[in-house]
Each structure stands twice: as structure tokens, then as C-alpha cells.
Ligand binder design. Structure first.
Ligand code: JFZ
Length: 422
């Protein structure tokens, strides 16, 4: 066996049985922070002063950097500006309910005090602090759910890890040995020494033996409440589906799904990446995803110094301001029961025998008339969420027609609540 039987704390079948229960907070949460951070952040996407293509966390691969040379970036990783409480506070301020961070990315560097690999943030950097521990504690303190991203297949540093086909100087060992010596013990450590872990985010599935799959999968049983994404392997669907970068055009059939997306172009910090999504896009993405029943996992990229660029901070704060007024239209909502809307998106909640619809108006009608198509139910009440100002409604052949004030109350998305019978 690859790993000791102590890892089989909970059988996969029982995890399926507890799925809805375990997913309850996640379904309510809707919005989380994703963080890609590692020794690659030191150079901000450059190798020897030259720009590398693609996402910055792939530096070692794109530059075909030998292990011995890449290791030296750890000596330059000293994120003195990092403050876990401040960092988590920013996520919280943005209205995010959970945080998922790269405990180990494909480059094999462990952002925690790994007992299985000395190539980690405490033993191999001048910083010497267990960043995962500090974040776990800050999240616990501030009521933010905490999760780990872990690259289980690709490990470009370990001689048995997948993905490194450029460093010919290393003496290869088997993948099973890598699982035994590094992945399994690290995952076990992450799920036992860092308090309650809400999410284990596998990345990226590749072929391995059933035995290896099982040994990795079984470790999630160490935290009975943990939820996992769908990137362990095809026979290990996990609890929720991951969409990457793109929002599905229609509500997917999956019961639980999320879209992960970087706030700019790259997951890891990249100096020349100025491709920041506008606050309007980010807020409307959150609304769009919620209107289809999903979660939004928005990625930010700390620099090698441990701070976020002002562009990210500013956007998180703007999203937070919008959420402060409108979050009722996001948290705990379900997908829209309405057909595609020309003017925006809708989310919904059940309320005493009726339904509360949250109409998110992107394009405010110039004639003040807004049609909620196909709904013929009796309207109990309609008002602007921001002010509570009542909105007049009229039943027409096409649906409910609302008469709105002349000006959109919110440039990002103005929310109108309308409660209906049924
Ligand atoms: C992976 C990583 O390689 C990448 O660095 C980043 O961490 C991202 C979140 O995940 O990239 C993927 C993995 C899966 C797909 C696309 C990119 N996919 O299934 O389309």
C-alpha cells in the first residue's frame, strides 16, 4: 500500500452521503478568493530579465529552468510586506467568504513548513515563516473559510513528480515514490496541522495508478467536512465542478460548480500584466455566475514582497462597496428561473411560500420600463434594494412591467427586489 491505513478515516461512499450537508456553507457563500503565490512571484514573470509567455507560476517550465537553479529563487523569497490579518481582511471586505491558496504549485515549492520536503517556505527562505499557518489562523479569527490548492501530479522539483521533462541531470524515481515520500505526507500534514480546512483544491488531473489515486483521495477523509473540486482524476469527481477563466453561457447541469478566474491575465504575479478586469466586469461576473447558480473564485496574485498591487486592492474594495449594499442579492441565492434577460441578470430565493427575485439591471432602460418576461405570478412587493424605494408593477401579456426612476442607482448593477407568489 502507498500510504498507511490511518488515512482511511472516512470512506468515499460516506463522503457522497454527506455531500449536500458539507456543501451547504459553500452554496450560501457564492464568492471566494483564490491566491497564487510562490517563489515564482519573486521575478514577476521574468526569467533572467526576459519576459516568459503565459501565466507567471509556470516560469520554471517555460524557462526550462534546471531544478538546482530554480531552487535558488527560494533564497530571494522574502515577502516582508505580508500581513495575514490584513490580507484576509481585504478578502472579507470584498465580501468573499472563503480563501483558497496554493500550498504547493507545480514547481514543487511548499508554502508551509513541510515535514516531507525541505524545499519549503520555512526551511529554504530568509522569510522562515509558515505562511499557510498564518493564513489559517487569520481566516479562523475573521470567520473566513480556508482551503488549500495542491498540485498532486505535477511536481517539477521532486524526481518522481510529473511534468519536468527538461532537467536531464536528475535521477528519476517512480511517481508512486513521490506520492509516498512527498504528496501523501504533505497532504496529510495540511489536513491535520492547520486547523479546520474547508476546501481541498486538486490540480491538475493526470494519469496515475488507481492505488496512487486512492491514496490521495482517501486523505480528504482526514477532515470530515472538507469539500474538494473535480481535479483529482476522472473517477474522482469531487464535490464541485471547476470552470476555468470562462463563465458558462448557460446554467450548467452540475449541482455545484464554480468559475475560477484571475483578476488580471496571469494567476501568479506578473509585472507586465496590466490586463486587470474592470470593476464593472468583476461585479457583473459575480452576478452572472450567481444567476446561473455557481460560485465565483476570484484569483489575486501577491508579489514577491507579499503585497497585492494597488489595482487589485482598489478592485476588491469596490466590489466590497457594492456587496455592502447588495450582497443580499448574492449570498444564499439560486439560479434565475427566468429566460435570458436583455437588460441584466436575475437571482432568486424562496421566501415564505413565495419567491424573491433579485433583478440586476446592467442596462438601465431609458424609457423607465423594464420587462420581467414570462412571469404572470402576483407581485407582493417590488423595490430598489439600495434605497427601499417602492417600484410600481403592472401585469402585461408578456410578463411583469416595472416602472423605474430615471437614473440607475448603481453604475455596476442596480438591484431591484421583487417578491412574487409561488
Ligand atoms: C492549472 C494550473 O496549471 C495553472 O497554473 C493554475 O494554477 C490554474 C488554476 O490551474 O491550469 C489549468 C488546469 C486545468 C485546465 C486549464 C488550466 N483545464 O482543465 O482547462
Amino acid at each position: 500500500a502507498l500510504v498507511s491505513s490511518t488515512l482511511f478515516a472516512q470512506k468515499p461512499e460516506s463522503r457522497e452521503q454527506t455531500r449536500d450537508e458539507r456543501m451547504a456553507w459553500w452554496r450560501e457563500a457564492k464568492f471566494g478568493m483564490f491566491v497564487h503565490w510562490g517563489v515564482y512571484s519573486v521575478t514577476g514573470g521574468q526569467y533572467k530579465g526576459k519576459e516568459l509567455p503565459n501565466s507567471a507560476e509556470w516560469m520554471m517550465n517555460r524557462g526550462n529552468i534546471p531544478i538546482a537553479e530554480y531552487e535558488k529563487y527560494a533564497a530571494r523569497f522574502n515577502p516582508v510586506k505580508f500581513d495575514a490579518a490584513e490580507f484576509v481582511g481585504l478578502a472579507k471586505q470584498a465580501g468573499m467568504k472563503y480563501l483558497v491558496i496554493t500550498a504547493k504549485h507545480h514547481d514543487g515549492f511548499s508554502m508551509f513548513h513541510s515535514t516531507a520536503s525541505p524545499y519549503n517556505v520555512v526551511d529554504a527562505t530568509p522569510f522562515k515563516r509558515d505562511i499557510m499557518k498564518e493564513l489559517a489562523e487569520a481566516c479562523q479569527e475573521q470567520g473566513i473559510r480556508f482551503g488549500f490548492y495542491y498540485s498532486q501530479c505535477q511536481d517539477w522539483h521532486h524526481p518522481g513528480g510529473m511534468g519536468n521533462n527538461w532537467d536531464k541531470t536528475i535521477q528519476r524515481v517512480s511517481f508512486d515514490q513521490y506520492v509516498r515520500d512527498k504528496a501523501a505526507p504533505e497532504i496529510k500534514q495540511l489536513l491535520t496541522e492547520y486547523g479546520p480546512i474547508s476546501i481541498f483544491w486538486w490540480d491538475t488531473p493526470r494519469d496515475m495508478s488507481k492505488e496512487a489515486f486512492d491514496s490521495l483521495h482517501s486523505s480528504t477523509g482526514l477532515q470530515p467536512d472538507v469539500i474538494t473540486n473535480d481535479r483529482l482524476g476522472k473517477d474522482y469527481p469531487g464535490d464541485h465542478k471547476t470552470f476555468e477563466r470562462k463563465i458558462p453561457p448557460q446554467a450548467p447541469a452540475d449541482k455545484y460548480w464554480e468559475v475560477c478566474m484571475p483578476i488580471s491575465g496571469s494567476w501568479g504575479y506578473k509585472k507586465i500584466d496590466t490586463d486587470f478586469k474592470s470593476p464593472t466586469t468583476l461585479i457583473r461576473n459575480l452576478v452572472d455566475i450567481a444567476s446561473k447558480g455557481g460560485n465565483y473564485l476570484l484569483n489575486v496574485s501577491p508579489t514577491g514582497e507579499g503585497n497585492l498591487l494597488p489595482q487589485s486592492v482598489e478592485r476588491l474594495k469596490l466590489i466590497g462597496q457594492w456587496m455592502k449594499v447588495n450582497s443580499e442579492s448574492i449570498y444564499g441565492t439560486s439560479a434565475s428561473p427566468l429566460p435570458k434577460l436583455a437588460w441584466g441578470r436575475c437571482t432568486a430565493k424562496s421566501v415564505d411560500g413565495g419567491t424573491m427575485l433579485y433583478l440586476h439591471v446592467f442596462d438601465w432602460p431609458s424609457d423607465g420600463k423594464l420587462l420581467v418576461p414570462a412571469i404572470k405570478n402576483d407581485v407582493r412587493q417590488a423595490s430598489l434594494l439600495a434605497h427601499g424605494t417602492e417600484v410600481k408593477t403592472r401585469l402585461t401579456d408578456l410578463g411583469i412591467e416595472l416602472t423605474l426612476p430615471g437614473e440607475a442607482p448603481d453604475p455596476y448593477a442596480s438591484v431591484i427586489t421583487i417578491s412574487i407568489d409561488g
